[in-house]
Design a protein. Structure first.
Length: 137
């Protein structure tokens, strides 16, 4: 089996599923998905999990934070977990490693997104049944 190149952020014991990170009064500025004027300032993400975080990622709680001159497609980047993680000890066992996308970003006061809201990975079991969800590729 293939292990991730870097072993930190890997949980090899009983997991704690209540990871949290708090951002209070933080300003993110000039995040672009596409930037024709400065091409090297493209494909940016305010939030993106670490490549070796196979087990889980802390959910984000933001208050009094801003994203100035940011495209909404850069608020978060969710990707499919690495298939090589399935089955290796300390990873996800015989289960698919979905932990990296089982987190959300909660803009508690709406300063970043325009109204209090949550950003989560494309999860059809949630998004397809919530009329207030908006899909952003």
């Amino acid at each position: 089996m293939i292990k991730p190149a870097v072993g930190f952020d890997v949980i090899c014991t009983q997991e704690s599923y209540d990871f949290k990170s708090y951002f209070n009064n933080v300003t993110f500025e000039n995040y672009y998905h596409t930037n024709p004027l400065i091409p090297y300032c493209s494909n940016m993400s305010v939030f993106r999990r670490h490549d070796a975080a196979s087990d889980g990622v802390a959910s984000v709680y933001m208050t009094k934070s801003l994203c100035l001159n940011c495209q909404n497609t850069t608020w978060a980047y969710f990707e499919k977990p690495n298939p090589a993680w399935q089955g290796w000890f300390g990873g996800c066992g015989q289960l698919d490693c979905t932990g990296p996308n089982n987190y959300f970003i909660y803009d508690q006061d709406g300063n970043v997104t325009g109204s209090p809201s949550q950003i989560l990975a494309n999860n059809s079991m949630i998004g397809d049944y919530e009329s207030a969800c908006t899909f952003i590729p």
